[in-house]
Every structure is written in structure tokens, then in C-alpha cells.
Design a protein around this ligand. Structure first.
Ligand SMILES: [Ca+2]
Ligand SMILES: [Ca+2]
Ligand SMILES: [Zn+2]
Length: 458
């Protein structure tokens, strides 16, 4: 059985001059995960008739999507399991994946390319570059390039209760389902090399050698690259929100065709960065008007916009500033809209620029999110003349022209550093949180993940 498989891989690899063979190996025991015999109705283009078959179809589709974007003469084997992962009723880990091996100083053969010396590479990339089947040489019983785990408890009581996996292949999941294809694509991205890898993001410590990522990681606050930092400097940089960026040429040159323009609120003295919400329509042109910060009709706070505005409030035709909290963003938007506002600006009550997702056809005025500090500054001088619009020189989610990596002030194990920052827009496949808008894009014009992989050698 095994030799038949190896021969088949050899044939496939020989035929794949453009692309890579990415092959899912189900690892679950009988009756579970990929072997779950529970009958299922075909859904969203997935013809499987058992839960297990449908899951495998999704995984192989994700593998094929990546395989079309990457080139390697070595097959990429992904051992995959469904297993219980950390979870509670309202949030949980959907999946996890990574390189099954890392290699450094692996000599090239068969016309392959030498690795950067004394540097860790994820297995699939090391094999692509060197053209050596290093995993089989390392351990023929564990020759997988990538391992991946997905949460088998999803939707069960106590684990994102009621939110099971969606097994369709069309990214068209209903409201109470999570798109397995998008999650698997994301996790396979980590396994292929979208990950800092061996170096600890938390402590900055290396395992003897640096990771290949460190050559392209820059802290714009200190001007230092990770490759040149001490452990303490790397650990600090991992927590410097907005300052940690990716400097690779493939990503940086592709930013203008992928990321939206930065939206700003300009007054005579301030330029405030804002995030346009998908909940309202996009800004058209660069509207100019009066920014007001009126009291609402009562409740927990007069500044939250959760109650209808009194008739005497100066709102009609103006940009209305309110604070986050107490009620939904939709409620705030509708209260401002019903009073005749031209746009609503919502100031955060936590760190960062407020990024409001979702869609609702009832909202017909633009909604912008800003930071808590900028909200306080604008409120202090309201009413004032303001202009809303895009900054033609800056793309959203960038610092100094480079795309930001996720580096929240409070370190998030498993998320910090090895993802794009959440401020990039449109949302990227490799942001740390699953959102329905991501779909199955892995390449520009909609995404930067393949570009980052190319920057490390893919
Ligand atoms: Ca191999
Ligand atoms: Ca209120
Ligand atoms: Zn991730």
C-alpha cells in the first residue's frame, strides 16, 4: 500500500511543472472526523454523502487552491485531524496548523537552491527550494510537511454553541455556520510558511538560529529588523501595535492593488485615521461639513447615541460623533440617520481604530470608526469644520508604506505576530479572526498571503 502511494506521488510531482501537489492525509481513527459515517446532504457544491466525506472534500479543495498558487517538485503532505480544541460558548479555537518539521542548512540537490545559511525554514519551503525530500530522510514514519488540527466540538453545547461547520465549497455559509473551507485555507497557510516559526514571538528567543521571517520583519518605531534585535527587543516589538511591519518586496509592491486607501477625518488642525465600516455605504468623493458631538436623549451615557437625539440637537446634514458602548453600532447609526445626519463617526472605548463589520441595508449613511483618543480630541473642539475622505498617499493597514503584522499591546498567544494586522482592508485571509468576508481568496487582487510566502522563498 505504501509503495503504491509513493509511486503515485512521484508521477504527480513529475507532471506538476506549474503548481505543487498538496495532499491531505486523514489522521482520524475509525468513526471520527474524516471517518465520521453520519449521513449528510450534499451542500454548496460538495457532493459528499457523509460528514467525513464532506470534510475531506473541503480539505482537498483547500489543498488544491494552495497547490495552484505555489510551485514545488516535492509533494506537500498534510496530516489532518479533527479533535477537541480550546473552546467556550461564545469563542473558540477553530483550527491550528504548522510546519511538521523545520530545517536549517539542508544541502540542495537535483538543481535545487541553497537555503540562507543558519536559518530555519518550514519543511514544505525547505523541500521546494532544495528539491530534497528532507522529511522522509528525517523520519519515513513521520514524513508529513504540515500537521493540522480542527475543532471537532464546534457547535456542540459549550463550544460556540449552535455554530457548526459549513461544508459547502462556495463560501456561502448561513449565519449560524462557520466556513470550513476558509478556515482550512487559513490554517494550511500557516503550515506552508505564514508563521514566524521556530523563534518565540512571546519571548523573542531563538532555537540557535533565526527564522526566515525575521529578515522581513521591521519595527518602525525603532527602525530595527528582527534579524538584528536582541531577544528583549523582539519581545517588545511583538507588542508594539501598528509599528511591526513586513518589508518583503512582493508584499510591498502589491499593496496598491490590494489594500484600500486610508480614510481620514481632516480638520484645520487634525488628521484622524478612520476605518470605514461595511455596515454603511462607502464614502463618496470627499464630503465636507460640520462635525458635531451632541448629547442624545438619555440612558447610560449622553454620548453613546443609543437613544434618539432631541429635536433641538444640531444634527441635520452634519457628521455626528458618538462613543462606542451600551447598544449596537446599528442602533447608533439609525439614531443619527433618523435625525438627518450625513455620516456617523464612532469613537472606540478600547485600544485601536474601531473596525465595525457586518452589513445592513437599513443604513444609508457612511459609518466611520476612530480611536478613543481621537474621539476625545474631536469632541473637545466640536462643532468644527471637517472633511471626510481617503488619503491618496496612504493605504489602510500600513505604516511607512509597509503592511502591518498583528502586534497587539497585550500579547495574544497563537495570534500575535504570525498574522496580518486587523487594520488591513479588505480583510485578509491571514488575519487572526475568521470573518465571513474572507472567502477562499489567497492571491491578489484580493489578498497578500501568496505574496508573503514568495517573500520567504516560495
Ligand atoms: Ca517530503
Ligand atoms: Ca445615551
Ligand atoms: Zn491563524
Amino acid at each position: 500500500m505504501k509503495s503504491t502511494k509513493l509511486a503515485l506521488f512521484g508521477l504527480l510531482a513529475a507532471g506538476a511543472a506549474f503548481g505543487a501537489d498538496v495532499i491531505v492525509i486523514p489522521g482520524d481513527p475509525p468513526g471520527q472526523g474524516f471517518n465520521d459515517p453520519t449521513p449528510a446532504t450534499p451542500v454548496g457544491g460538495n457532493p459528499g454523502t457523509t460528514v467525513g466525506q464532506q470534510a475531506l472534500n473541503v480539505f482537498q479543495r483547500a489543498a488544491n487552491i494552495w497547490g495552484q498558487k505555489l510551485v514545488s517538485k516535492q509533494p506537500i503532505l498534510i496530516i489532518s485531524f479533527f479533535t477537541p480544541l480550546s473552546c467556550n460558548a461564545t469563542s473558540g479555537v477553530l483550527g491550528a496548523a504548522g510546519a511538521n518539521w523545520y530545517f536549517a542548512n539542508l544541502p540542495a540537490a537535483n538543481g535545487g537552491q541553497e537555503l540562507v545559511p543558519n536559518t530555519w525554514y518550514p519543511a514544505a519551503l525547505a523541500e521546494k527550494l532544495t528539491r530534497v525530500d528532507a522529511t522522509t530522510e528525517a523520519d519515513p514514519t513521520d514524513a508529513f510537511e504540515i500537521f493540522s488540527l480542527f475543532n471537532s466540538q464546534l457547535g456542540q453545547p459549550g463550544c460556540l454553541t449552535g455554530n457548526g461547520w459549513y461544508y459547502g465549497l462556495d463560501n456561502n455559509e448561513p449565519a449560524n455556520r462557520i466556513d470550513l473551507l476558509a478556515v482550512v485555507l487559513h490554517e494550511f497557510g500557516h503550515g506552508l510558511g505564514f508563521s514566524l516559526g521556530v523563534t518565540s514571538a512571546n519571548t523573542g528567543a531563538r532555537n540557535v538560529f533565526p527564522a526566515i521571517w525575521e529578515y522581513n520583519m521591521l519595527d518602525t518605531a525603532t527602525g530595527k529588523k528582527w534579524i538584528d534585535m536582541t531577544n528583549a527587543e523582539r519581545a517588545a516589538s511583538a507588542r508594539r501595535d501598528g509599528a511591526l511591519v513586513w518589508t518583503g518586496k512582493q508584499v510591498t509592491n502589491t499593496i496598491p492593488s490590494v489594500l484600500d486607501f486610508q480614510i481620514t477625518i481632516d480638520t484645520s488642525t487634525l488628521r484622524v485615521p478612520a476605518q470605514q465600516s461595511t455596515l454603511g455605504p462607502p464614502l463618496e468623493s470627499r464630503p465636507r461639513g460640520t462635525l458635531v458631538a451632541p448629547n442624545d436623549g438619555g440612558g447610560v451615557s449622553l454620548l453613546d447615541g443609543c437613544e434618539p437625539f432631541p429635536a433641538a440637537a444640531n444634527i441635520a446634514g452634519n457628521f455626528v460623533l458618538v462613543s462606542r458602548g451600551t447598544c449596537t453600532f446599528l442602533q447608533k447609526a439609525l439614531n443619527a440617520q433618523n435625525a438627518g445626519a450625513a455620516a456617523v463617526i464612532i469613537a472606540n472605548n478600547a485600544a485601536g481604530v474601531l473596525n465595525i463589520g457586518g452589513t445592513n441595508p437599513a443604513v444609508v449613511i457612511p459609518i466611520l470608526g476612530i480611536t478613543q483618543a481621537d474621539g476625545a480630541a474631536l469632541r473637545a473642539s466640536a462643532p468644527l469644520d471637517a472633511r471626510l475622505g481617503r488619503d491618496p498617499l496612504t493605504r489602510i493597514g500600513t505604516t511607512g508604506g509597509y503592511a502591518r503584522l498583528y502586534a497587539p499591546t497585550t500579547f495574544a498567544g497563537g495570534s500575535s505576530v504570525s498574522h496580518w494586522d486587523t487594520s488591513l482592508a479588505p480583510n485578509m485571509l491571514m488575519e487572526p479572526f475568521s470573518t465571513p468576508s474572507i472567502g477562499s481568496r489567497v492571491q491578489n487582487p484580493a489578498d497578500l498571503s501568496v505574496n508573503l510566502l514568495k517573500d520567504i522563498g516560495w
